[in-house]
Ligand binder design. Structure first.
Ligand code: DOR
Ligand code: ZN
Length: 351
């Protein structure tokens, strides 16, 4: 990393290895927030209906590119949503044609639009064999869905029940354990081979589960996997800032309208795209690890996916910036992460 002065950082442009861009009017409203910061983004396929075919992914990619302002240099990387009946040939064709970058495993009913997800990984054996053979990454939402498992234990139990089995059956499969939230997941990834990596969101680095209930219920901090105890947040911060290439940036930015969040049954998701790199920069500075930001944000993700880092660079400046309390989208609002808070760093431009 090139550090001109303690008040400015120039790093390769980051990528977002996990984002929800939605579709239609919401896509039009949010796409530029991601494209203004990131060179590439792994786009989640949990639309309704989900993206399960090469044609659907191509059409969605076109809609994303139409939604992004031409001022940005942004490449969406598409994913295929795994279902119990997914066709391995479709996966291979999409990967070979450069349409699908990876496949996403949602355990059925784990989260937003996951009703078509996988009910048992034994049902996707052929797909996983194909992916292992062709070197196509599997992106995992790592939570069991059994109602008898406490929501705060679902990631740890997933490691025992599903991850361990995945690794032993498919030892060479590239797996990204998405948006990890526990020290159990950190340890699991650290102790696994180089084909296993993890993404970490900005919000799981910033708050723990108590914050969701501080002074009343805070629906804008509710996401899945839900934030855990402080000991887990500290383990995530240590992992993200460790300089290990196994941990890289994935925002899991997931917009929902204010009505859908502030509801009797509010949706899961934190919309962090507008100030994602600023949030990460602040965390890395707090950890005394600004020199590790570029690896996490811009180098380790591309390396895992077999891609080059972006050639452009971004300039971050130490200059206080207040995140807006609300953003107008469509005819309503989204409350973004860090709403109304002052952040230390801002994205000042490109080099
Ligand atoms: O909080 C979440 N929101 N977690 C997910 O896994 C899905 C996402 C969404 O699509 O809203
Ligand atoms: Zn997600």
């Amino acid at each position: 990393m090139n550090t001109q002065s303690p008040n400015q950082l120039t790093i390769h442009q980051p990528d977002d290895w996990h984002v929800h861009l939605r579709d239609g009017e919401m896509l039009a409203a949010v796409a530029d927030y991601t494209a203004q910061q990131f060179g590439r983004a792994i786009v989640m396929p949990n639309l309704a209906p989900p993206i399960t075919t090469v044609d659907a992914a191509k059409a969605y990619r076109d809609r994303i590119l139409s939604a992004v302002s031409s001022a940005h240099h942004f490449t969406p990387l598409m994913t295929c949503y795994l279902t119990d009946s997914i066709d391995p040939q479709e996966i291979e064709a999409g990967f070979t044609q450069g349409v699908f970058t990876a496949c996403k495993l949602y355990p059925a009913n784990a989260t937003t639009n996951s009703a078509h997800g996988v009910t048992d990984i034994d049902n996707i054996t052929a797909a996983l064999e194909t992916m292992q053979r062709i070197g196509m990454p599997l992106l995992v939402h790592g939570e069991v869905t059994d109602s008898d498992i406490d929501i705060f234990d679902r990631e740890a139990v997933f490691i025992e029940r599903v991850m361990a089995k995945l690794l032993s059956r498919f030892p060479d499969l590239k797996i990204v354990f998405e948006h990890i939230t526990t020290k159990d997941a950190v340890n699991f990834v650290m102790n696994s081979g180089s084909n296993i990596a993890a993404t970490i969101t900005p919000h799981h680095l910033v708050y723990n589960r108590s914050a969701i209930f501080a002074g009343g219920i805070n629906p804008h901090l509710y996401c899945l996997p839900i934030a855990k105890r402080e000991v887990h947040r500290l383990a995530l911060r240590k992992a993200a800032t460790s300089g290990s290439a196994k941990f890289f940036l994935g925002t899991d930015s997931a917009p929902h309208t204010v009505e859908n969040k502030q509801s009797a049954c509010g949706c899961a998701g934190v919309f962090n795209a507008p100030y994602a790199i600023e949030s990460y920069a602040q965390t890395f500075e707090e950890e005394g690890a600004l020199d590790k930001l570029e690896g996490f944000a811009s180098l380790y993700g591309p390396a895992f996916y077999g891609l080059k880092p972006n050639s452009r660079k971004i300039i971050l400046e130490r200059q206080p910036i207040t995140a807006p309390p609300t953003l107008t989208v469509m005819d309503t609002q989204i409350i973004p992460f860090h709403a109304g808070e002052v952040l230390t760093w801002r994205l000042a431009g490109f080099a």
